[in-house]
Design a protein around this ligand. Sequence first.
Ligand code: IP8
Length: 256
Amino acid sequence: MILIKLGGSVITDKSQYRTFSRETVSRLCREIADSGRDCIVVHGAGSYGHIMAKRFSLQDGYSGKEQIPAVAKVQQDVRELSSMVIGELISAGIPAVSVPPGSCFVMDGGKLVADNDEAIRALKEMGIMPVMFGDVVMDRKKGFGICSGDQLMEVLARIFDPEMSIFVSDIDGLYLSDPKKDPGAEFVPEVTREILERISSEQSSDDVTGGVAGKMGSMLSMCAEKRACILLNGTVPGRLESALRGKNVRCTTARV
Ligand code: IP8
């Protein structure tokens, strides 16, 4: 089984509140279906989550009642996004259902407590893909917090023990500086914890969940459990399908 995270940067326009990249999502879902591989998809929140979460500091937990309508609105927005992703998966021939983490998991000081996995296991056994996504999740210590799709990838990897995990983004992989600002940015084909420490202090992000450095941290903890873990560019047609078919593609591989 292969775990795939469709990042918010490929499924939405992250600069515009609630902008769904339908054509790209539709193509990626067809690539997953055409590969014939057994997969589980997780997706990010993109502009359906980060913009509003940042405006109301939802990632820091409860600080005042003016945040409460934003908690409800972000939950509504990411559910709407998920419903559109599910629509594209079903159109590609993949039976999939949305499983909102905020409705079945809690967090404890920012750490996801995912002991309630019976429904997702049962869905998978029935041949239905359970699709989770970055969400606002209630937190035992902070009131609420943001659960990223990357945290869900780590949890699902523990539950389903995938042979490979693929993070799909809008960049070819990891660079030593931001390739969108620096055309000469050096590409990193293999990332280790040491390389990551150098990069994370150098790059800032608009993401409430840590951007590329946060993702790499998740990838490194996942591959520590002996799983191949790669980051690739989903805006390039065919790249995800090639990776799913076991071909060598341009990507960054996490190594411990
Ligand atoms: O896009 C963030 O999830 P991510 C979730 O996977 C929210 O980092 C609600 C901002």
